[in-house]
Design a protein around this ligand. Structure first.
Ligand code: P1T
Length: 387
């Protein structure tokens, strides 16, 4: 029986997906390492056959996140990129995808450098905050809107309800990278989107110790197609990784509460700081899509980016002076991370392209962890004072 239906999200993070092991009653699902499963009789396979297709530990994680995202089927992958790549497997050569210009650099690379060349897919990169521009980009072969909101690293917000309305009129699927928001903050399928994608490497795993990706679909038929594509391509999450990610999700609501509280205080603090030129955080009244974020999200997420006065030299001085923050790629772990999009997450873009998008050399992205906010602010204060 599903113990979590109708409950609030923090309860669902613990109980959704019936992750208690049916065979033993173990409250933590066992890590099933077996790659294959005995078939009770010839021609009568059991519920599990071969771990590339399905695995009990991975299934438990998939049920949990599918329910948190209000979807019907979850699929766990070896990385966020494997999850994204498998969404593209639903398309045919020659199909057209419309995506925002300012999204995670790895996604841009997959789209524009790999799938264009190997699959013959076509991509248009537009300003997704202006749906008239999206509409103008629609072609007869447009099959997918790829949405990322909030975006990495500029925290732009896209209107999910309006995007779905536009897509419906043209028979286009909507996939949303929900990595920055998490299901605690935003559930795109509830707005009518078709697919939610996560890099579970970030908040869902939550401890910077396991790479993973997860797709959730709103529709059984789409789920069957994606299961078939994943089996064909094979980028699945292994049982140990699935277990670690599932363990992370159990504390997601609690962690997001603290991550977001810390980030809100930090964004306001940075906004007042004389060494800071501009702050990007949807929770600030000054953010251009603050009202939209307040409408479609239950919170504002926990990544804040800012433009430091100066150039690369000042960025280096700031980064090297940090003590509590760790200078590293990625985000969403319990420890605070400071990243430099121009040389990290978006280093594969040309300097010209980055400048066009506003990913400047003096842009810094922070992923505040769950430490004490006083220590985090003191760390930033010290590092900024030296710039
Ligand atoms: O790293 P991986 O689990 O494969 O996920 C890729 C990915 C997808 N979508 C978003 C929004 C992401 O931020 C990422 C990964 N991002 C980083 C590693 C980063 O530092 O931004």
């Amino acid at each position: 029986m599903n113990k979590s239906t109708g409950h609030k999200l923090a309860t669902r993070c613990i109980h959704a997906g019936n992750t208690v092991d049916a065979a033993t009653g173990a409250v933590v699902p066992p890590i099933v390492t077996s790659t294959t499963f005995e078939q009770p009789a010839f021609g009568e396979p059991g519920p599990f056959v071969y771990s590339r297709a399905s695995n009990p530990t991975r299934d438990a994680l998939e049920r949990l996140v599918a329910e948190l995202e209000s979807g019907v089927r979850g699929l766990a992958f070896a990385s966020g990129m494997a999850a994204t790549a498998t969404i593209l497997e639903l398309l045919d050569a020659g199909d057209h995808v419309i995506a925002p210009a300012d999204i995670y650099g790895g996604t841009l690379r997959l789209f524009s450098e790999v799938r264009t060349r190997t699959f013959g897919l076509e991509f248009s990169f537009v300003n997704f905050c202006d749906l008239a521009e999206v509409e103008r980009a629609i072609r007869p072969n447009t099959k997918l809107f790829w949405v990322e909101t909030p975006t990495n690293p500029l925290l732009r917000i896209m209107d999910l309800e309006a995007t779905v309305a536009l897509a419906r009129g043209h028979g286009v699927l909507v996939a949303v990278d929900n990595t920055f928001a998490t299901p605690c903050v935003q559930r795109p399928l509830e707005f009518g989107c078709d697919i939610v994608m996560h890099s579970t490497t970030k908040y869902l795993g939550g401890h910077s110790d396991v790479l993973g990706g997860l797709n959730v679909v709103a529709d059984e038929e789409l789920g069957r197609r994606m299961v078939s594509m994943r089996s064909a391509v094979g980028g699945v999450a292994g049982p140990f990784d699935a277990y670690l990610t599932l363990r992370g999700v159990k504390t997601l609501a609690l962690r997001m509460e603290r991550h977001q509280a810390n980030t809100m205080v930090m964004a306001r603090w940075l906004d007042e700081h004389p060494k800071v030129e501009q702050v990007y955080y949807p929770g600030l009244d000054s953010h251009p899509q603050h009202a939209l974020a307040a409408k479609q999200m239950d919170g504002f997420g926990a990544v804040v980016s800012f433009v430091l006065r100066g150039g690369l030299a000042e960025v280096g001085t700031f980064m090297n002076a940090l003590d509590v923050f760790t200078l590293a790629e990625s985000l969403g772990g319990v420890e605070s991370l400071a990243g430099h999009p121009a040389t990290m997450s978006h280093s594969n873009l040309t300097a010209g392209r980055r400048a066009q998008l506003g990913i400047l050399d003096n842009l810094i992205r922070l992923s505040p962890g769950i430490e004490d906010i006083d220590d985090l602010l003191a760390d930033l204060d010290y590092a900024l004072a030296g710039c």
